[in-house]
Write a protein that binds this ligand. Structure first.
Ligand SMILES: [Zn+2]
Length: 472
């Protein structure tokens, strides 16, 4: 979360079937022209890299000198010519639109620098959308309940409008949107900041992306501090345990999170994929038959990916709801265990193929990121939801701290030192929460690292922790 708020995107399809051919052509012209302008800007940046780029940042004023402005102020000597005059090349494009294209080009250049990708590889095929700023002035989202074609319309500035009597008249290009109640709900949650019009080549559809800004109130609670430890798992999606200043765990605050209906669906799709793969492995298939099967496999895999994503979203939503309710009673900090080297330890040939498969399918990073993002929409700062290394938390006793423990089967945990017996995942969740308290109160280092974002947070952000010292 930045200081200014959280940004989200809402994607809405344009009802292309009901708009006129003229409008569709205009859309194509506008987006095509924007792409060409953005590419020209990128070209200019790469050609003049030594001159306008310093510290990997593009100097926008210098870029403008090369492309848009002829002279700046009266004091400076007048420059009457521009080397790459984009205004001349695109006479029907307004200054505002050129500047918006410049912003996009600079953003693309910066992202290419981060990724170290060559411009020649990415430039030719992809369409680059222009981010249109200033809602209500440069574009409008309007609701017309009585309209039979669409309830929601977006009006964008049509700069390609025809000239009448030597003056160009800019009209709005009104596009009908396929806006569902879900989209309406999402759009009303934030403030519309920008808009992009995109063409999806594979689907052959036009879409509008609204970029929203959320500025939630900062979460802070005057109540006693508590740490919620979450142990992510494969069979049970998560286990959470709450450590409060009382020093004992309230059994009502122990939660096991799983999603049986979705799991069933996922298993079903998985079975179908395996069946298809088995048929495809046979050598006596004809060319046409195998092509059909491959197509089926592709669609199945796509469905599988969406199902995985949906399942993550639903259970993270439930988790967020629970965390928010606990957050009202305590000054809450959330710790999620992050299994750092788990994929490396499940290498091919470690004689446990079944667990290897499930580990490699497990998307713990996405779940943690989702949790962080969804809580940030409610004003939670980054240090309140941390992911820390969870190694050894599953084999350490959460009561006496001994490693002399056994697990007769997956869910059971027995401590040989003090005889403590409980669910193994719950033991892990308790240990993860305890680990954060230990990091803060017995500091080895001055800061705590978040494993997902690789950011360091100073111990001063956890100044309320001394009340929790009885957990050590
Ligand atoms: Zn013990």
């Amino acid at each position: 979360m930045t200081r200014s708020g959280v940004r989200t995107t809402v994607r809405v399809k344009i009802k292309t079937k009901v708009i006129t051919m003229r409008k569709r052509k205009k859309l194509e012209q506008i987006t095509g022209r924007d792409t060409r302008i953005i590419k020209q800007f990128i070209k200019v940046i790469y050609h003049n890299e030594d001159h306008i780029v310093s510290n990997k940042k593009v100097n926008k004023a210098k870029l403008d000198h090369l492309t848009l402005t002829t002279s700046k102020k009266n004091k400076q000597p007048k420059r009457l010519s521009v080397r790459h005059d984009l205004k001349k090349n695109f006479p029907r494009c307004s200054q505002n639109e050129l500047q918006e294209c410049r912003e996009n080009a600079v953003a693309i250049y910066h992202s290419q620098q981060v990724k170290n990708t060559l411009p020649s590889k990415e430039a030719p095929t992809k369409k680059a959308p222009r981010t249109q700023l200033e809602h209500n002035r440069r574009f409008i989202l309007a609701c017309s309940p009585s309209n039979t074609i669409a309830r929601w319309w977006v009006g964008i500035r049509d700069s390609l409008d025809t000239k009448k009597n030597k003056t160009s008249k800019h009209e709005k290009l009104w596009l009908p949107l396929a806006c569902s109640p879900y989209h309406e709900y999402k759009i009303h949650q934030g403030k519309i900041k920008a808009l992009e019009v995109l063409y999806y080549t594979k689907k052959k559809e036009w879409w509008v992306h609204f970029i929203l800004l959320h500025v939630p109130d900062k979460y802070s609670s005057p109540r006693p501090p508590a740490v919620l430890g979450i142990d992510l798992g494969i069979n049970k999606r998560a286990v959470s345990a709450l450590l409060t200043p009382k020093g004992t765990i309230n059994r009502h605050e122990i939660r096991f999170w799983s999603d049986k209906t979705r799991k069933k669906l996922l298993k079903e799709t998985e079975r179908k994929v395996a069946k298809l793969q088995k048929i495809l492995a046979q050598s006596n298939l004809s060319c046409g038959k195998s092509r059909i099967l491959l197509h089926q496999l592709k669609t199945l895999r796509k469905r599988q990916r969406t199902e995985h994503k949906l399942s993550d979203h639903t259970y993270v939503n439930r988790l967020v709801k629970y965390i928010l309710s606990v957050g009202k009673r305590y000054d809450l900090y959330v710790v999620v265990g992050f299994p750092i080297h788990i994929r490396k330890s499940h290498y091919r040939g470690n004689l446990r193929p079944y667990s290897r498969k499930s580990v490699h399918k497990w998307n713990y990073r996405r779940v943690t990121e989702l949790l962080k993002f969804k809580l940030s929409l409610h004003g939670w700062e980054e240090h309140r939801i941390l992911s820390i290394n969870e190694s050894w938390t599953s084999s350490c006793c959460s009561r006496c701290g001994s490693y002399h423990t056994t697990r007769p089967n997956q869910p059971t945990f027995i401590c040989n030192n003090c005889g403590y017996q409980l669910n193994a995942d719950l033991n892990g969740a308790k240990n993860i929460a305890k680990r954060l308290i230990k990091y803060v109160l017995q500091p080895k280092y001055n800061s705590i690292k978040d494993q997902v974002s690789s950011k360091f947070f100073p111990l001063s952000s956890f100044c309320v922790f001394p009340v929790l010292s009885q957990w050590l």
